[in-house]
Design a protein. Structure first.
Lengths: 291, 274
């Protein structure tokens, strides 16, 4: 019986296996070569992420073709295989729904390019520098040097702010001055100090907006422009300068006020000045009354 | 102060770019407009102290004073050398960005008219040590405010912002030791008056010249607003202006002059007012 089996295998089957092996070997050799060729020709024209994506496509595409051919040589019907693969894909798809969603989102991110490696982005409460944009997630380094991984799906669904897209940025300062102050004078003081600050851009000009009548202060907005590199430096310097300039000009930045009325609004509270209490001499506590 | 230094001082009064000899242990104290520099020669090192004050407009001439002793400024940088070379040289160089100059009052140039305005921009001071002119530092004589010059907040160029009286009489132009004067010839061939709200002077493409009195000059620039197009032809003259008298070239342009860069949209040169 063993002899019969060997005879059967020896002829046609051995040749099939040999052909399949050769096809597989060719696939294993050509797929990396194709991938390398893509890198060589595409790296100059496309971004790192696009090249990486193309390399993977070429690698798995070529390898897949050769594997399929090898399986056909072995006598497997490709139609059946495809059917099985379809069923398997559905099963795997259900199981790895999140990963697949992230993968697809990653493709959209790469296509849309809302930011690139090195940009500073803000997602929700997290602000940081983009370290890498990968298939499943984007890695950030926050300014307190933490590593944050954000799934691509989150980036597609939520609002992402790229802080380093444009060369200049506006700093909005909300200020409050006392009701007794002359708004024109406040405006003059603010514009003067903006002109003196070398980091504050001359153009676009600073913006002064009267925002409204607050509970205890006149609410103002003062907006100044800076290059994105100097943004933080401007924020630190101009706030200190505003405080100093307001102090020098006698402009009051009020704290919340509350008025108390004693029933009759026109009548002030009676105030009596008393002598400061002298330190009491050592006294014995009054003795309890004795019957 | 030794005899050689004294001779140099007499020869170079006002002209602060003349090379100086500072022996070990001595300090050169320089006042170039609002900029105060102290260059101390210690064994095997140069210490450079710097202070910048606000511009008052009356700092006309530069003052250089050599004395023995250490620096008086607290804020200084140290540059180490393996050998001692007593020579130190300060050179005026053009600023590293274009300077956008705004006239203090609105200036208009009617159709078909031509004018010659004198605008000045602060230079930067390059400090070089030794006979082989090793670069130590480059500091602005006056730190101008930054400004953005472009059609939108997305596209444009970071420049320095300056003010000008837009003088057109040469005698009225103050000769200041830290500002280079650029004669700007502007011609309006358009049919409407040309408002000169802002003028972007391509300082990095200009050379700096110095005259015997210590005044600094650049080449003249010419701007022509065409009759039809909004394109302005900006040309930089080949040499220093004739009326500057005998001058010497102190430093060349930072950026090579390319023909393509000289024809720019008029709005780029004159802001949005054009």
């Amino acid at each position: 019986m063993i002899d019969q089996l060997l005879t059967m295998l020896g002829g046609e089957t051995a040749a099939m296996i040999l052909r399949a092996t050769v096809l597989l070997a060719i696939g294993l050799v050509t797929a990396p070569i194709g991938s390398r060729l893509v890198r060589r020709f595409a790296s100059r024209r496309f971004s790192v992420h696009h090249v990486q994506l193309m390399r993977r496509l070429v690698f798995y595409g070529v390898l897949g073709l050769f594997v399929a051919s090898a399986l056909r040589e072995l006598g497997f019907s490709l139609a059946v295989l495809m059917g099985a693969a379809g069923v398997l894909t559905v099963a795997v798809g259900f199981a790895s729904q999140t990963s697949a969603s992230n993968l697809i989102s990653g493709l959209f991110l790469i296509g849309e390019r809302p930011f690139s490696v090195g940009d500073i982005i803000r997602v929700g409460q997290t602000t940081g520098e983009v370290l890498s944009i990968d298939a499943l997630s984007v890695k950030l380094r926050t300014f307190d040097n933490l590593f944050v991984r954000i799934p691509n799906e989150t980036l597609i669904k939520t609002e992402v702010t790229t802080l380093t897209r444009f060369p200049i940025r506006r700093l909005d300062l909300a200020l409050g001055v006392a009701y007794k102050e002359d708004v024109d004078k406040v405006r003059e003081v603010l514009f003067e100090l903006a002109e003196r600050n070398t980091l504050c851009l001359d153009e676009p000009p600073p913006l002064f907006i009267f925002s409204g009548f607050g509970d205890s202060a006149l609410q103002l907005q003062f907006s100044v422009w800076a290059t994105r590199e100097n943004f933080l430096a401007l924020r630190n310097t101009i706030t200190v300068e505003i405080k100093t300039a307001f102090d020098a000009a006698g402009i009051e930045i009020p704290f919340p006020h509350r008025s108390l009325y004693a029933g009759e609004a026109t009548k002030p509270f009676p105030i009596t000045l008393v002598e400061p209490a002298r330190p009491a001499p050592d006294r014995k506590p009054p003795e309890p009354a004795q019957d | 102060m030794n005899e050689q230094s004294r001779q140099e001082d007499i020869a170079g009064r006002g002209r602060w770019w003349t090379p100086r000899t500072v022996a070990v242990g001595h300090t050169l104290h320089c006042r170039i407009g609002p900029l105060t520099l102290e260059l101390h020669h210690a064994p095997g090192e140069w210490d450079i102290g710097m202070r910048q004050d606000a511009e008052h407009g009356d700092e006309i001439t530069a003052e250089l004073d050599l004395h023995g002793g250490p620096l008086t400024l607290d804020d200084y940088q140290r540059f180490m050398f393996s050998r001692d070379d007593d020579q130190i040289r300060l050179t005026p160089v053009p600023a590293d960005r274009a300077v956008v100059i705004k006239p203090r009052q609105a200036v208009f140039l009617p159709s078909g008219e031509e004018t010659l305005l004198y605008v000045s921009s602060p230079v930067m001071v390059r400090i070089e040590a030794g006979a082989d002119r090793t670069l130590l530092r480059e500091v602005p004589a006056l730190r101008l405010s930054d400004t953005w010059f472009g059609s939108s907040t997305r596209e444009g160029e970071l420049c320095y912002s300056g003010r000008t009286q837009a003088r057109h009489v040469l005698e009225e132009v103050p000769r200041r030791s830290y500002r280079a004067i650029t004669p700007a010839r502007i011609r309006n061939e358009g049919i409407t008056p040309l408002p000169l709200d802002k003028l972007s002077v391509p300082v990095p493409a200009l050379s700096i010249y110095g005259d015997g009195d210590g005044a600094l000059w650049t080449q003249g620039i010419s701007l022509v607003r065409g009759a039809e197009s909004e394109l302005a032809a900006l040309t930089v003259d080949d040499g220093p202006p004739d009326f500057a008298g005998p001058v010497t070239l102190l430093s060349g342009p930072r950026e090579p002059r390319t023909r393509g860069a000289l024809v720019r949209a008029f709005s780029v040169l004159f802001g949005q007012g054009a």
